[in-house]
Design a protein around this ligand. Structure first.
Ligand code: CTP
Ligand code: CA
Length: 229
């Protein structure tokens, strides 16, 4: 019999996604960040929603963007992002880390604007938490743990570096992205990626960010364990 309503291939699944950049402030008006617009992560959120998933996006500062059909948790720093992700990752079926998280932050954050006359000539940086690696550690060894998917932005030796990240962070899949390739990377609407999976396979995908997002989710869907009745 014909179904009147198809709930979609991710119906009943909870998906957590990080997207956008983070900002690491050195004083109230200055920060370290990167040009991520969150487009790829938000395309993943939209595609997952369209496939029937219940989606939460932990979103760095990206300005005004479409945010209907899924929950958005706004964050600013890598530490905020880590806190919001760790509070949710144990409850989801899949965690997709697409955010461009700042790897470093200024060692100190001045409470008032630093005047140029007293400004530091050198800035001391310290590491931020690795949101994805911490989430992976949190759920590792669990009988029912979410499928973990990373993104790897690279400028060289793309597949080799991405596979290293997949292994080091204990991921099920990683989406490798050559950010210097034409039609890929920050801000543009198209993407060309290679998806590497834990079983050693790899698959190339290209198209609009929306099309690539859908194709990535089709691959991820096959990594999810069968649904509990
Ligand atoms: N990531 C994260 N938290 C960080 C750094 C990275 O969650 N502090 C996640 C990203 O969202 C991405 C993956 O880890 O899914 C890989 O990010 P990437 O910057 O490519 O790799 P790094 O491990 O930070 O290594 P490097 O920047 O030195 O290449
Ligand atoms: Ca990084």
């Amino acid at each position: 019999a014909a179904r009147l309503f198809d709930p979609g291939p991710l119906a009943g699944r909870r998906v957590l996604i990080t997207a956008g950049p983070t900002r690491e402030y050195l004083d109230p008006v200055r920060f370290i960040s990167n040009p991520s617009t969150g487009k790829m992560g938000l395309a993943m959120a939209e595609a997952a929603r369209a496939m029937g998933a219940e989606v939460t996006v932990v979103l760095g500062p990206v300005g005004a963007v479409e945010r209907s059909g899924y929950e958005v948790v706004d964050v600013v720093t890598a530490e905020d992002m880590a806190r919001e992700v760790l509070a949710r990752v144990e409850e989801v079926d899949c965690f997709i880390a697409s955010a461009a998280v700042s790897d470093w932050k200024p060692q100190t954050r001045a409470s008032q604007k630093v005047k140029k006359s007293e400004g530091p000539e050198t800035l001391t940086l310290v590491r931020t938490p690795d949101v994805l690696a911490e989430a992976s550690r949190r759920v590792s060894g669990r009988e029912k743990r979410p499928v973990l998917v990373g993104f790897a932005a690279e400028t060289q030796r793309v597949v080799e570096y991405a596979r290293g990240k997949l292994e080091r962070k204990g991921l099920d899949a990683i989406v490798a992205n050559d950010v210097t390739a034409p039609g890929a990377g920050f801000g543009v609407d198209t993407n060309h990626v290679t998806v590497l999976t834990r079983d050693g396979k790899q698959q190339e995908l290209s198209g609009t960010k929306r099309e690539v997002a859908r194709s990535i989710l089709d691959l991820i869907k096959d990594l999810l364990p069968p649904q509990q009745p």
